[in-house]
Structure formats: C-alpha cells, structure tokens
Ligand binder design. Structure first.
Ligand code: GRF
Length: 205
C-alpha cells in the first residue's frame, strides 16, 4: 500500500511532532510517513526536532507575505511540491481560512488540549485552555483530535482521552499531564487512522 504523505504544521516546542516522529520510528504509523514540517515561525523549536530527524522543513510568515491569500498560496505550493496527502496541525497558531480548509476535506486534523466542546473555539489555545478549565472547576479534562473545517475547533471529532484534574494543579502542571497522558497518545493513533483511510481510498481510485 502506498503510504499517505503527511505534513505537520507547528508553531511551538513540537512535543506533539516528536510524539508523531517517535510513533513512526516505532512502526506505529504504518500507513503514513511525515514528509514535511511547516511552521509560521522560524523560532519554533519544533523545526529543530524535524531537522534532527532529517525531515524537510519550511517556514512561511503571514506578516512577511503580506496577506492571508499570499500566505496560504505559498503553503499550498509547498504542500504540492512535497505531494502531501494530509495535514496534521500540532500546535499551529496561524489561521487557515475556509477557502484553504475546503481544499482539504477530511484531510486536516488538529489536536486540541480539552474535551471539545468544552474550552474550545476562538481564543482558546495553549495555557489559556487549562486556565479556563481550572477556573471553571471541572474535575476531568483531556484532549481531542478532530477534523479541521472553517469553524475553529468545529470539525468532526475523531478521538478523545480524559485526564483527571488533581488538587493543587496549576495551568502548567495540568498542561503537562494532558500532553503526557492524552495528546502524545491520541495524535499518533488518530494520524494512523486517517492515513490508513486515505491510503485505502487511494488504492480504490
Ligand atoms: C499543545 O498544548 C497542543 O495541545 C496545542 O498546542 C500545544 C502544542 O505543543 N495544540 P507542542 O508544540 O506540540 O509541544
């Protein structure tokens, strides 16, 4: 079976990217291969992780390119150059327009650090998600992998995993636990699920 070619979009430390690369190396991503890591910031440590693993990288700055259209056009060209079949958003903080996501139906997935529909949507990213969960006083939180469409965190849910909130948790300790116990487990599994579906569909074409 031809492997699904995966691009991972990053903006930060890249621990979810690392989980994906480690899963691939352990043979837990048999239907896919990571062929590109793309960031909106040249400072993203995730790029160092990709380089250490010998994976091609690309950086596109929305500001430098001057418009959302130019930004997305440059990204689309890069994706076509690498013959990418699916995109994994792993802490990617730039906006992708409806025009862009519509060109990738059920081919873009995102990891969000809460149990959607809780604590998601506009303005909920990174530590803010965990601050909101602690503020509300929920006893359980977790992570969600979902398809990406034009609604922020609004696409069909693919997988979720719950994580207990412990007394004395801070946003930082909670973020770490959600990463360790949920995100880094869910994202590779969800990526394999979607990569396998796409590889099978490709077979049937
Ligand atoms: C994670 O908390 C993830 O849930 C969110 O952004 C953060 C990315 O972290 N989408 P990393 O860059 O993968 O370490």
């Amino acid at each position: 079976m031809v492997k699904t070619r995966i691009a991972v979009f990053v903006s930060g430390g890249g621990t979810n990217l690392q989980a994906l690369m480690d899963a691939e190396r352990r043979g837990e991503l048999p239907s896919g291969e990571i062929v590109l890591v793309l960031s909106n910031s040249s400072k993203a440590y995730a790029l160092e992780r990709a380089k250490a693993a010998g994976i091609p990288t690309a950086v596109y700055s929305r500001k430098a390119l001057g418009s959302q259209a130019a930004f997305e056009s440059a990204i689309q060209t890069e994706l076509e150059a690498h013959r990418v079949d699916m995109i994994v958003l792993a802490g990617f903080l730039s906006i992708l327009s409806a025009g862009f996501t519509r060109r990738w139906p059920r081919r873009i997935i995102n990891i969000h650090p809460s149990l959607i529909p809780a604590f998601c949507g506009k303005g909920f990213y990174g530590l803010r998600v965990h601050e909101a969960a602690l503020q509300y006083g929920v006893k359980v939180t977790g992570a969600t992998v979902h398809y990406v469409n034009e609604i922020p965190d609004g696409g069909q849910i693919i997988a979720q995993k719950a994580v207990d909130i412990l007394p004395g948790d801070t946003p930082e300790t909670l973020q770490r636990r959600v990463m360790e116990q949920a995100e880094w487990i869910l994202l590779p599994r969800a990526a394999e699920l979607v990569a396998h579906r796409l590889a099978e569909e490709g077979e049937r074409l």
